[in-house]
Design a protein around this ligand. Structure first.
Ligand SMILES: [Zn+2]
Length: 470
């Protein structure tokens, strides 16, 4: 299959040459033997990267920044460490293009979440290979992807690949806790990268099934957290003499209305595309229903079915999860105040004020006070009809003919939200495909990446970046 593909490409190139087609910058030909060398290097370097403990807190990303800097120095790639607090640092490296296209940023975070040693098969910072997988906190989230981005820089430099764009490597601190690394770079050094056209970072969640990549996701949008604290104040008293409109009673009534409330369904273009793309994987009648989502949502039975699936429901509406409640600290005391916290997630393009007005109307009690407690930032998204998206599609299709390449809307927040306001098209995409079991190890126990996946991904990441940057 692969040989045939190569033959077709070769014939095509020969035909174009014969026709005197303008010569696009020739892609450096990397031999299979040379790929072996690069892939071995990727495995070795990832093991070393995973051995540096950057559990956040405290992070201590200065150690990984030094590790990466020393590799860039060895390869003759200019780089700089930006220390913003003792022990906390970002690193940026750049390969210069000829400037005919705007730069692309390869963004990763160097910090990892903590690991519960006792529950792991191996030491979480050992980088040990067991049964064909490299173990270590960060193997998937996201030192593995950062390493692929590093390898891309290194291969582009060694192969002297002609570049139309600058390729910027940016590895940051603190993504897992407070985004301080990225926020600091944007606040203090945005001029170094704000003219970029593209940025890629973690995301996508590619699905591996029976050894084959079935779905490749490109995250183009995220929902925005709009956390609320609701407070009711009322007359306090002794628990032995009930007060009908006590703070707690009013709060419970408000919460009951919130829990029963179904937010309106809304279909964003990226979500519509997602359902259309995955439609062929479904049995009928779902296949036709997914292919025509807007029409299907007019059928109450379909709405019931699709919204009862958590993974689909959040794509179609603003969501509200009731997560915290508090009243009196003592059983026999009717408290002055009662509160509850709501984890609200808004779709891109939503107006938080309008959502609050909607919620106030649902509750219908002016005694309930609302407060936003997370410093809401408007959600944003990136377009799909871009050169980067089509290159990702082309490269991933060439390697995984069975895969469906689609857009995704994340329920969670990513750092893409910080970079899009600079005018940079930001995608969550990585070539790494995981089985659901492997994916469950992210932020869990025994986080690992299969050696074969790392090897394949080294090449796929390089091909995407080389093709979009040439
Ligand atoms: Zn991450």
């Amino acid at each position: 299959m692969k040989a045939l593909f190569r033959l077709v490409v070769l014939t095509l190139i020969m035909t174009l040459t014969a026709l005197g087609a303008p010569c696009i910058s020739a892609a450096p030909e990397i031999t299979p033997a040379q790929w072996q060398v690069y892939q071995d290097m990727a495995v070795d370097l990832l093991q070393k990267y995973l051995r540096i403990n950057t559990s956040n807190p405290p992070g201590n990303e200065i150690e990984t920044a030094k590790f990466l800097k020393q590799i860039f120095e060895r390869e003759g790639i200019p780089s700089e460490i930006f220390t913003y607090e003792p022990g906390r640092a970002n690193i940026m490296a750049r390969l210069k293009g000829n400037g005919t296209k705007r730069p692309i940023i390869l963004l990763s975070h160097m910090d990892v979440v903590t690991a519960d040693r006792a529950k792991w098969r191996v030491e979480p910072f050992s980088g040990k290979i067991v049964a064909g997988a490299i173990y270590g906190r960060g193997a998937l989230d996201m030192k593995g992807t950062g390493l692929l981005q590093l390898m891309t820089m290194l291969i582009l430099a060694r192969e002297k690949a002609p570049l139309a764009r600058d390729v910027i490597f940016l590895a940051t601190a603190d993504e897992e806790v407070g985004d301080k690394g990225s926020l600091w770079m944007i606040a203090n050094h945005a001029k170094l990268f704000q003219n970029a056209e593209y940025l890629i970072t973690e995301g996508g969640d590619n699905l591996l099934e029976a050894g084959k990549v079935k779905v490749v996701g490109v995250d183009v949008a995220e929902k925005a957290p709009f956390w609320l604290r609701l407070t009711v104040t009322g007359e306090p008293g002794h628990g032995s003499r009930p007060i009908a409109d006590s703070a707690t009673n009013q709060m419970v009534q408000a919460m009951a209305k919130i829990v029963a409330y179904e937010t309106p369904l809304k279909v964003l273009p990226a979500v519509e595309k997602f359902f259309r793309d995955i439609a062929p994987l479904q049995p009928e009648p779902l296949r036709s229903q997914f292919a025509n989502l807007r029409a299907s949502l007019k059928d109450p039975a379909f709405v019931q079915q699709i919204t009862s699936n958590r993974e689909y429901n959040y794509l179609l509406r603003n969501t509200i999860s009731l997560t915290m409640m508090s009243g009196s600290p003592q059983t026999n005391v009717i408290p002055t105040t009662a509160t509850c916290n709501l984890d609200v997630r808004l779709l891109p393009g939503e107006n938080p004020e309008a959502f609050l007005a909607e919620l106030r109307q649902v509750i219908g009690n002016p005694a309930v006070q609302f407060e936003n407690i997370n410093g809401f930032k408007p959600p944003n998204s990136s377009p799909v009809d871009t050169e980067l998206f089509s290159v990702i599609t082309k490269v991933m299709k060439a390697h995984h003919p069975e895969a469906i390449i689609t857009t995704r809307l994340l329920s969670g927040y990513t750092e893409s939200q910080l970079y899009r306001p600079l005018g940079i098209i930001s995608y969550g995409w990585e070539p790494i495909a995981t089985t659901p079991e492997e994916n469950a190890t992210v932020h869990g126990n025994n986080e690992r990446i299969s050696v074969q996946t790392l090897r394949d991904s080294t090449r796929e990441m390089y091909e995407v970046i080389q093709q979009v940057a040439r």
